[in-house]
Design a protein around this ligand. Sequence first.
Ligand SMILES: *Cc1c(COP(=O)(O)O)cnc(C)c1O
Length: 462
Amino acid sequence: MPDLSSYSPGVQAYIRRGEALNEALAARRAAMRQKKFDTIAVHGVYDADAALANQGSIIEPVYLSTAQHFENSDHLEAALAYLMPSWTYTRIANPTQTYLEETLALLEGYGCKGNVSALATGSGMSAIFLATQPFLSQETGHQMNIVASARCYGGTFMLFHQRYGVERGVEVRWVRDPLNLDEWAAHIDANTRFVYGEMPSNPGLSVFDIAAVANLAHQHSLPLIVDSTVATPALMRPLQHGADIVVHSLSKSMTSTGMAIAGAVIARHNIPSRVGPDEMRQNFALYVKLLPYRDHGPGLSPFSAMMTLNDLRTLRSRMDLVSRNSMQVAQFLADHPQVEQVFYPGLPAAEGHNVARQYMWLVDGEDDYGEPVNRYGHLLGFTVKGGPSAARRVYDRLQLIFRATDLGRIKSVATIPAISTHQQQGEEGRALGAVPPHLIRLNVGAEHPADIIADLDQALEV
Ligand SMILES: *Cc1c(COP(=O)(O)O)cnc(C)c1O
């Protein structure tokens, strides 16, 4: 905080006004933290007072304006010094983005004791970049390394391997079996900057013990970053289990109607890190928003922010429905004679099922079902007998299920990762990430499960 006496009385008046605005927002957050998940998802921090300040609009307005008008030069100075809440310019901040960020922080922080903040970004990949890049500063002069589960999204693999590893000389230490704690432990040393895992992973649906890996990371003063895109906060909230930063592709289940590309960095306050300024540790999401996000420029369109906000309102009931559909589809596939293996954490035979069962619960499920219920999301994978050519034949026969490199959709969609999302990382990279060439990745939508199963059944006919 700069010395306030160095500012003119006019600017100081705006700073005081800013303090009052911040207190009002903090009170609104605190009030919403007392509410249930569905209520938070529907309202966020947009209450009756916020509506009255927006011509009474009960739905959050979409502010498409690039910039904010200031009352006078004192107001401008206070805002640009980040000394009062303001948005200034849509690459830096925007009211509609802020509505989304506040909702995301409340949902991901649901059930967490401490404070949580969020930053919404233009894509999931930009969120992963912004969540990791601040830990790669050159300040120590030592060769640095990062420790990450190899069972991850193809884009993440390329970011870490190619952009950080090959192009910038960061040593990438891949964890081949994320269920093996000894492997995580063996990779971490004095030059590690962060620990990274994806759960459940895309496309392999791998899981890991978040609490145990968080413990390991914290023993070394390192943050654990978790990509929780596939689970969403409706089924799992890694911050509750000790993770420090959660990243999301909001383009997937969070915006299931498929009308926006967006991402999020959501962090608890006071995270560990061996590098970076104190502000970065105190409130990582805010720090990234004010500085690296501003300077790198992956701004989220306010229109896309609104699309995401609209879909988020029904996140919990939707994830319940598509998870139940997926369980039926997974069981059908597991019993089918042409199917070699099914990857779905909800199946008792799945690798890591016990860990998934420990972490993946429908939030507030006891209110619907009288007891907590496990739910495992709507992404699954399966391999068919006969290898890659058989997989392509089955894939090409799908009629209802769309052929697209997409997931999280309200519509069922399938892809073959080896020739799509995980093509660029090559055969060696796919072997490392456990992506078989004949894997079909299936996102189960909200259609009637009998119709999804019928489509798969006809496609699997020999
Ligand atoms: C799609 C995806 C990403 C990247 O998100 P975009 O919004 O497409 O940039 C990251 N992680 C996972 C697990 C994903 O499925």
